[in-house]
Structure formats: C-alpha cells, structure tokens
Design a protein around this ligand. Structure first.
Ligand SMILES: O=C(O)CCC(=O)C(=O)O
Length: 266
C-alpha cells in the first residue's frame, strides 16, 4: 500500500523552484509530546553528547548559545526514532526531491536557549558541511514548540538553492552570513520568508537553501528536531560523517550502512 504523504506534484514543483516548503500541521500533539519528552531527557542527562561539549569540553560556548545540538537520537530514544523514521515524513522528502529512495543522514535536536545571551543562527547553507556528492539532500525541520520570529523560527531565501554549494559559514561567529557575502559579490538576493508555525509543523529545505533563525528572545527554550535525508544518487565523499560511520564506508561509494538506512522508496 502506498504511504500517504501530503506532498502533491504541485508541492514538489514549488520545492524544486523555491528550495523550501512548509506544512504547518504535520504531527499530532501526542506524537510531539513524546518527542519533546525524549529531547528533554537527552539534554538533561546526556550533556556530553551536545556538539562542542563532548568530554566535558566547551569547544565553543558561543556555538552553544546558537543552539544545543545532539545527533542520532534515533539510536537510543524510541520516541525520536518514531519521528525520524516516520514513513509519511520520509515519503514527503522523497517526493519533494523527486528521487527513487531516501536514506537518513542523521537526526538532530537543536535547542535554542532563551534569554539575553541567545544568539542568532547565521545565514548559511547546510550542504558545505555535508560529505556528499552530488548535492541533493534536504532537511525536515520539525517545530517541537510553537515557533515565531521571537523565539527563533527559521527564515528562508526563496530560490537560493539555485546558487548551488558555496562556502561554509561559521555559526558561532557574529556577523558571518552567506547572504551578506553574496550581496558583496553583487548578487540580488531575494527577500527572506518567515516560517512561523505551531508545534507539530514541519518545513523542508534543500541543502543549498540559505536559512537563518533569530535569537530566542522569550523565556522558554525553542526546541526543534530535524532529519536530513539523502537521495539515492548521493555518494560519500570520504571527508567525515557526523553520524559516525565514516570508517566503515568507502569514499566515492554509496551510503550503504546500518546508520543510514533507506526510509522511503526502493
Ligand atoms: O534551528 C536552527 O536554528 C537552525 C537549523 C538549521 O540550520 C538546519 O536545520 O539546517
């Protein structure tokens, strides 16, 4: 039986043209409550897994003010796996990218801490950080809390994926911005769109889409959970694998590994 997905052919066309799409109501309140609980547990009890804070080190306190990031929660939290492997979500990613099947690269919780020290997520693309060729992977970003411009919802520049893969941007460094760099180079970068939505809503964005989130100016954390999907034609470049399987894959080969299973398609 085919998996039901909200992605229509018109949605796929919109995504291909604009590099993003929003589904304001995707997950039920119950599904999100279980996921929220898993994220809170992970952040409270596995602090050493926060990127940049491994082994009690504080590689970059600035980065932690952008967000606290933990990857591969699906491997130890059933509620996170339920969402990360959700057939409807994966099938939506597959239809939007127009490929035969999608594999998971990794999931990641991103909790933007509240308060005066909260920092913006600089304008950036994701693809420069990913060891993949060709570019085609996309993210599903799930609002675990209601998100608005005040607590750090995402913003996208429509059509910016068409600039293809550019240089990486340092997320913890104030003022770094791929939008500013492109404007300096003389590009007429379109105005961004604001992706506010209630908890349970999902946006998808292409790995080359310019995106940003403002600082969290509220009193509560902004919790989000994202899953990165790779189309069937994606090869591993061999540089590194944030999910941890680099030593067991071949540079130039497929992402054929138990940490990167196929989640939709054949
Ligand atoms: O949640 C954020 O602040 C940024 C998210 C992001 O950069 C991503 O999901 O690619």
């Amino acid at each position: 039986m085919p998996t039901i997905s909200p992605a229509t052919p018109a949605d796929a066309e919109f995504f291909q043209q604009n590099g993003y799409i929003r589904y304001e109501h995707f997950f039920s309140a119950e599904e999100i409550a279980s996921l929220r609980h898993a994220i809170d547990h992970a952040i409270d009890t596995h602090r050493a897994r926060i990127r940049g804070a491994e082994k009690d080190g504080r590689v970059s306190e600035e980065y932690e003010r952008v967000f606290n990031q933990m990857v591969n929660l699906w491997t130890d939290y059933p509620a996170a796996k339920e969402v990360a492997f959700h057939p409807r979500l994966a099938e939506t990613a597959r239809r939007l990218s127009g490929c035969r099947h999608v594999r998971i690269y990794h999931d990641h919780a991103m909790i933007k801490p509240p308060g005066q020290t909260s920092k913006e997520t600089n304008w950036h693309q994701d693809a420069p950080y990913w060891p993949m060729d060709p570019v085609g992977a996309l993210s599903a970003w799930i609002a675990v809390d209601d998100v608005t411009a005040d607590n750090g919802c995402l913003h996208f520049v429509p059509g910016s994926h068409q600039y293809e893969r550019l240089e990486p941007i340092k997320l913890g460094v104030a003022g770094e911005s791929i939008v500013a760099k492109m404007k300096e180079r003389g590009y007429d970068v379109p105005e961004p769109v604001t992706m506010d939505m209630p908890a349970g809503g999902v946006t998808f964005h292409h790995g080359c889409t310019f995106h940003y989130a403002g600082p969290n100016q509220t009193a509560a954390p902004r919790r989000a959970f994202a899953i990165i999907y790779m189309p069937d034609y994606t090869t591993f470049t061999g540089t590194h694998d944030a999910a941890g399987a680099a030593d067991e894959m071949k540079a130039g080969g497929p992402w054929d590994h138990s940490l990167h299973p196929i989640l939709a398609g054949d």
